[in-house]
Design a protein around this ligand. Sequence first.
Ligand code: HEC
Ligand code: HEC
Ligand code: HEC
Ligand code: HEC
Ligand code: HEC
Ligand code: HEC
Ligand code: HEC
Length: 386
Amino acid sequence: MEQLMSIAIRPPAHPGPARESAAMRRNLASCLLSVAVQAVLLSAGPPRAQATDESGYVGSSQCVQCHREIAEVQLESGHPLTLRRVRSISRLVETAPLEFSDPRNQVAYRIERSADPEFTLDLVASRDGVADRMHLLWGMGAGRKGITFVGMTDAGAYGQSRVSWYQSTGGLDITTGLEDRVDNAYDALADWMSPPQREHCFACHTTRNADLPPEKMAPASAGVHCERCHGPGQEHVRAMNRGESDPAATIGNPGKMPAIEQLYFCGACHGAPPGGSDLHALARFMVDKEVSRFPAQRLVLSQCYSESRDQLKCTTCHDPHESLVQTPAAYDSKCLSCHGGDHAMASGCKVAASQCSSCHMPFVEGFMTHSEFADHWIRIVADKKP
Ligand code: HEC
Ligand code: HEC
Ligand code: HEC
Ligand code: HEC
Ligand code: HEC
Ligand code: HEC
Ligand code: HEC
C-alpha cells in the first residue's frame, strides 16, 4: 500500500512531444502522459516476497468471489469494457456491414464480415479502384461516446482505424485527429503504429501487458480491471483466505489517498495536473478548451479544490466502480456537502438551488468528433448567466 501511494504521487514526467507526429499528438494529447502512466501504474503495488507468480496478479475473477456487489457493478462499467475483442461487441457485429464515405479524400469505407475465420470483422478502404483491408482485433472505448478499432493486416502491420463508430450517430465517421489528407487506400485504413506507439495507445486502456502484440493480449489484461487500481492481489487473496484481519495491509486503496495524491493517481490516465512550478502547463490548462478532456488538469484550477484545503477528490463525486452518472441533480448533494447548510465551508448560490453542475461545470464540445466533456474547472462561467 505504501509503495502504491508513493509511486502514485511521483509528479508526472514530461516526455517531449517531438517524438509523435502532429496527428498522433492531436488525437492523443493523452499520449504525452503515458510514460508517466506506465511508471505509475504498470508497476503499481509492492513486489511480494511470497508470491509464486512473480507478477502477483490473480485476475478480477478472484476478486468477484468475495466482493460480488462491487464486481457486478464494475464489470458493466466503462473501465473494464474500454478495450474489448471486436467479436464480443455484438451491437457492432449485428449491424455489419456498415458503410461510410469520406468525399474529401474520395475514400469509401466498409466494415464487413471477414472471410478469414480467425477474425470477425474487416475494415475495407477503397480509392481509385484499389481496395485495402485490415482485420479488426480490438475495440477501444466502451462506446459511451465512440469506439476506435485496432487492427492488423495480413502482412502484420498494426494500426488505429481512420474511421470510428460513434454512439450519437450510430454510424462511422473519421477518427478525431486523423482528419488529414490521405492519398491511397492503405493510408486511408489506419494510422499505422510502431511497437512503442501501440504500447502508448494501450497504456491507459489495459490492466497490464500493454506491450504485447495486440493479437496476443489476453482479455483479462484488456480494459481497466480491479488490479490496475488496487495493485496485484495475490497476497491479499491469500491473507483473506487465511482469515487475517487487516485487509489494508495487503491491498492498495486509492480512496484513502489525500486529494492531491488521488488526483495524480486517476490523472495518470485522466490528465495529471502540472508539477509545482510548471507555469507554462498551468497557463495552457487555463486557456485551452481541449484540456476539458482531462478532469484532473481542470479540477485543480477550481477554488473548490484550492480553498477546501485538499478535500476535493475525484471520489468526492464519482464511484470509480460505477458507470458515469449523467443526471446533474445526482451531483447536487456532493456540491452541497460543502456549499449547503448553516455550517457550510463555502458560500451558497443566490441563483439556483439544484442542478449545480449544469451551470458551473458546463459541457465543452467541438474539439473531438461527436463528443462533449464536462468542464471540471468548477467556477462561475460567464455565458451560463441565466
Ligand atoms: C477470500 C476473500 C477475498 C478475496 C478473494 C479478495 N478480497 Fe478484498 N477483501 C476481503 C475482505 C474480507 C476485506 C475487508 C472487508 C471489506 O472491505 O470488504 C477486503 C477488503 C478489500 C479492500 C479494502 C482495503 C482497505 O483499504 O480497507 C480492497 C481494495 C480489496 N479488498 C480489493 C480486492 C481485490 C482487488 C481483489 C482481487 C484481486 C480482492 N480484494 C480479493 C476479502 C477478499
Ligand atoms: C489505467 C487508466 C485509468 C485509471 C488509473 C483511471 N481511469 Fe477512469 N477511465 C479510463 C478510461 C480508458 C476510461 C474510458 C472508459 C470508456 O471507454 O468509456 C475511463 C472512464 C472513467 C469514467 C467514466 C466511466 C463510464 O462508465 O463512462 C470515470 C467517472 C472515471 N474514469 C473516473 C476515474 C477515477 C475517479 C479514477 C481514479 C480512482 C480513474 N478513473 C482511474 C482510464 C483510467
Ligand atoms: C494517457 C492515457 C490514455 C492513452 C495513452 C490513450 N487513452 Fe483513450 N482514453 C483515455 C481516457 C481517460 C478516456 C476516457 C475519457 C475520454 O474520453 O477522454 C479515453 C477514451 C477513449 C475513447 C472514447 C471512449 C468513449 O466512448 O468515451 C477512445 C475511442 C479511445 N480512448 C481510444 C484511444 C486510442 C485509439 C488510443 C491510442 C492511439 C488511446 N485511446 C490512448 C486515456 C488514454
Ligand atoms: C479505476 C480504479 C478502480 C478500479 C478499476 C477498481 N477500483 Fe475498487 N476502489 C477504487 C477506489 C478509488 C476506491 C475507494 C472508493 C472511495 O473511497 O470512495 C475503491 C474501493 C474499493 C474497495 C473498498 C470498499 C469500498 O467500497 O470502498 C473494494 C473492496 C474494492 N474497491 C474492490 C474492487 C474490485 C473487486 C474491483 C474489480 C471488480 C475494483 N475495486 C476495481 C478504485 C478502483
Ligand atoms: C470539498 C468541498 C467542496 C465541494 C465538494 C464543492 N465546492 Fe465549490 N467551493 C468550495 C470552496 C471552499 C470554495 C471557495 C469559497 C467560496 O466560494 O465560498 C468554492 C467555490 C465555488 C464557486 C465560486 C467559484 C468562483 O470562481 O467564484 C462555485 C461556483 C462553486 N464552488 C460551485 C461548486 C459546485 C457546482 C460544486 C459541485 C459540482 C462544488 N462547488 C463542490 C468547496 C467545495
Ligand atoms: C442556472 C445556473 C446556475 C445553477 C443551476 C447554479 N448556479 Fe451557482 N451561480 C450561478 C451564477 C450565474 C452565479 C454568479 C452570481 C453573481 O455573480 O451574482 C453563481 C454563483 C455561485 C457561487 C458563488 C457565490 C458567491 O457569493 O461568491 C457558488 C458558490 C455557487 N454558485 C454554487 C452553486 C451550487 C452549490 C449550486 C447548486 C445547489 C448552484 N450554484 C447552482 C449560476 C447557477
Ligand atoms: C465536484 C464533482 C466532481 C469532481 C470532484 C470530479 N468530477 Fe468528474 N464529473 C462530474 C460531473 C458533474 C460530470 C458530468 C456527468 C454527466 O455527463 O452528466 C463528470 C464527468 C466525468 C467524466 C466523463 C467525461 C465526460 O465529460 O464525458 C470523467 C471521465 C470524470 N468525470 C472523471 C473525473 C476524475 C478523474 C476526477 C478527479 C480528477 C473527477 N472526475 C472529479 C463531477 C465531478
